[in-house]
Design a protein around this ligand. Structure first.
Ligand code: BJ8
Length: 381
């Protein structure tokens, strides 16, 4: 597979981003930490704040969190919480940006996150957006719009800046530009074989909410420019779509196994994949209304019913000419684990094989997953 210089550039962007945030803080800019796609970046940026993702993908801080939280909750929640409470006070190294936020903007999604946010407030000011979880009910959109209005007020209070309609429109345009670039990148994965592998794309996606939007867009343009030059050729490899829980920065375990066993990941139906950018915000509408309409439709498993997600999976499977789906769940993520059944039934009807993998951030099951993926690839070949 082609080596891209832009991927090294993206990989090495961590230190520059940390310096940028430190500099912004010195100049009085507020930094907001987020954990979820339901928090609209556009409102944060329109208030003149910067944003950085705090979802943990590393195993190192899980044991720190287990001093406070039950062991039987998902590793993403434990890793994130462990990184924040750790903040350099134990021997474990966690990423420095966890200690650099002025406010966390959280959201009522799954139970583990919701309850973790209640504890988080002791360490960093935490604002929670309440999320209606029956998105198709007539009251839900109105309620969510009200919540986003309150959130806008909280951002104005934090930064001392008024969020104007013009500023919101500008930020919506900018975020849509990012979404369109991601569509271009994913279009390149529709080729057979694609010009870029799935592990590399995942590492880029993990930087989406870490880098500034300008830096992320610049990185994407560089990568697309390089990938578009590649003349793809070679034997067909099983085309895999990953579907399920997000894979936060530091967590590439399962995609690495899949691609080391001869598969090629061409799409991810996850929050570190298509869910983050597939739908654009309607630029012709009142900006707050348009944001509420777009964000409430994110097909997270905390929503009920969540048939929209099944429809998306089938649509993506067709568009990306998927040979098989790897249904990926983090241990104790009940929402995605329970939805597995419906997804499997829907894929079965279409004749698309699915392999379910439930795992954590540790490496004790790497060999066992490898054996199962091996058998799956053999079946697809
Ligand atoms: S929109 S998927 S980013 S909530 S894996 S913490 S769901 S128990 S991360 Fe998520 Fe927003 Fe939904 Fe996306 Fe809970 Fe599951 Fe853990 Fe999860």
């Amino acid at each position: 597979m082609q080596q891209f210089t832009s991927l090294d550039y993206i990989k090495n962007s961590y230190n520059a981003r940390i310096s940028q945030i430190a500099e912004e803080r010195k100049m009085g800019k507020k930094i907001v930490g987020t954990f979820c796609l339901f928090v609209p970046d556009e409102i944060i940026f329109a208030a003149g704040a910067d944003r950085i993702i705090l979802c943990g993908g590393k195993n190192d801080t899980v044991s720190i969190a287990e001093q406070y939280l039950p062991r039987n909750i998902c590793p993403l929640v434990k890793s994130s919480f462990g990184s924040i409470v750790n903040n350099g006070c134990s021997g474990v190294k966690s990423c420095s940006h966890f200690g650099m936020v002025d406010m966390v903007v959280a959201e009522n999604t799954c139970d583990s996150k919701k309850k973790m946010y209640e504890l988080l407030g002791d360490y960093v000011p935490t604002y929670v957006i309440d999320l209606p979880q029956r998105p198709d009910s007539p009251e839900a959109l109105k309620y969510f719009l009200g919540e986003l209005d309150k959130f806008k007020g909280a951002m104005e209070h934090l930064t001392g800046n008024k969020v104007t309609v013009e500023q919101l429109k500008k930020e919506i345009e900018s975020s849509n530009e990012t979404r369109k670039l991601l569509h271009r990148l994913y279009d390149l994965r529709k080729m057979d074989p694609p010009s870029i592998n799935g592990v590399d794309v995942l590492k880029v996606m993990q930087k989406q909410y870490f880098l500034s939007t300008e830096e992320f867009k610049k990185s994407l343009r560089m990568l697309i420019g390089e990938a578009e030059q590649v003349k793809t050729e070679g034997a067909h490899k099983p085309r895999i779509m990953i579907s399920g829980c997000p894979m936060s920065g530091g967590n590439t375990k399962v995609p690495e196994i899949i691609e080391s066993k001869g598969g090629i990941i061409v799409a991810e139906e996850s929050c570190t994949g298509t869910r983050s950018f597939w739908d654009l915000v309607d630029e012709s509408k009142n900006p707050m209304q348009a944001l509420a309409e777009r964000y409430i439709k994110i097909p997270c498993s905390c929503m009920s019913p969540n048939d929209r997600r099944i429809d998306n999976i089938l649509k993506l499977a067709r568009e990306f000419k998927i040979d098989g789906v790897v249904y990926y769940t983090l241990q104790f993520c009940h929402g995605y684990n329970i939805e597995k059944y419906k997804v499997q039934q829907a894929l079965k009807k279409q004749g698309i094989p699915m392999l379910a993998i439930e795992t954590d951030y540790g490496d004790s099951d790497v060999e066992q997953i490898g054996l199962r993926v091996d058998a799956f690839m053999e079946m697809l070949s």
